[in-house]
Design a protein around this ligand. Structure first.
Ligand code: NDP
Length: 245
């Protein structure tokens, strides 16, 4: 039996890309999924597909930048399944731009979703995990959480931030048998670049994304971290296309 079988797993940002692939991978390995994103039509479609393949998944429309909605998401998981084994903070946005463009609203959104959303996710699940003395918190950072390039200043800032937060959480909670994993993908073929508002930059990033790998590869890395024995923590994984610099 897989070590993922019957684990209750919350995943945010499940309506496309890495989140969607991860939901399918974990459902195929017997997880009980609690899926979150804002676009309900996509959640319904994914739930139907998972159920048709014999998997278990419920969903709750959730904006991760709302502390209240994240608490409601965790409470829903506890009400329906009685426990939370794994929290995957995957939702993220990447409207890249140069600082001089002063795209203040986009900065705010990146900080709200990529940083506060992760913090709210951690806050929502930590009390029940500490009580059970068992849990696993996974955050999807990025190779941009290790390096900065022109136009990634704010995005990289958010991805560096969540790596720091997760490392601090690891040190604070390892004695409570709570594992943490930071996932750092390189270029992955998803909808992430769709929201870049500078059209020239968007075209150039899309061109660079031709090397992007399928999100199923990241889903397998996440499953690998979850299926380790509970006394083994995979603290960080970097997964790039082989030809990415
Ligand atoms: P997608 O754009 O395909 O997926 C992003 C997901 O985040 C969607 O499901 C979207 O759902 C959700 N989301 C966005 N804002 C919110 C919000 N406020 N509340 C709830 N959900 C939200 O991109 P990816 O799959 O690529 O991105 C997943 C993660 O992977 C992100 O954290 C990203 O930074 C990271 N990453 C991606 C890389 C890549 O090359 N693709 C590389 C490195 C890291 P909805 O709009 O329905 O709410």
């Amino acid at each position: 039996m897989s070590n993922i079988q019957d684990k209750v797993v919350i995943i945010t940002g499940v309506s496309s890309g890495i989140g969607e692939s991860t939901a399918k991978e974990l459902a195929s390995k017997g997880a009980k999924l609690v899926m979150a994103a804002r676009r309900e039509e996509r959640l319904i479609k994914l739930q139907e597909e998972i159920q048709m393949n014999g998997g278990q998944a419920i969903y709750k429309v959730t904006d991760v930048s709302s502390h209240e909605q994240m608490e409601e998401l965790a409470n829903y998981a506890l009400k329906e399944f009685g426990k939370i084994d794994v929290m995957i903070n995957n939702a993220g946005v990447m409207p890249l731009s140069s600082v001089h463009e002063r795209k203040i609203n986009e900065w705010d959104t990146m900080i709200d979703v990529n940083v506060k959303g992760v913090l709210y996710g951690i806050a929502a699940v930590l009390p029940s995990m500490r009580e059970r003395k068992e849990g696993h918190i996974i955050i999807v950072s990025s190779v941009a959480g290790h390096l900065v390039f022109p136009s990634s200043s704010v995005y990289s800032g958010t991805k560096f931030a969540v790596r720091a937060i997760t490392e601090g959480l690891r040190q604070e909670e390892c004695n409570n048998n709570i594992r943490t994993t930071i996932i750092c993908p390189g270029s992955v073929a998803t909808e992430l670049t769709d929201h870049i508002s500078n059209s020239e930059l968007k075209a150039s990033i899309k061109e660079q994304s031709e090397i992007a790998i399928d999100p199923a590869n990241i889903a397998r890395a996440i499953a690998f971290a979850i299926e380790q024995p509970s006394d083994v923590a995979i603290n960080e994984l970097i997964i790039r296309p082989t030809i990415q610099q």
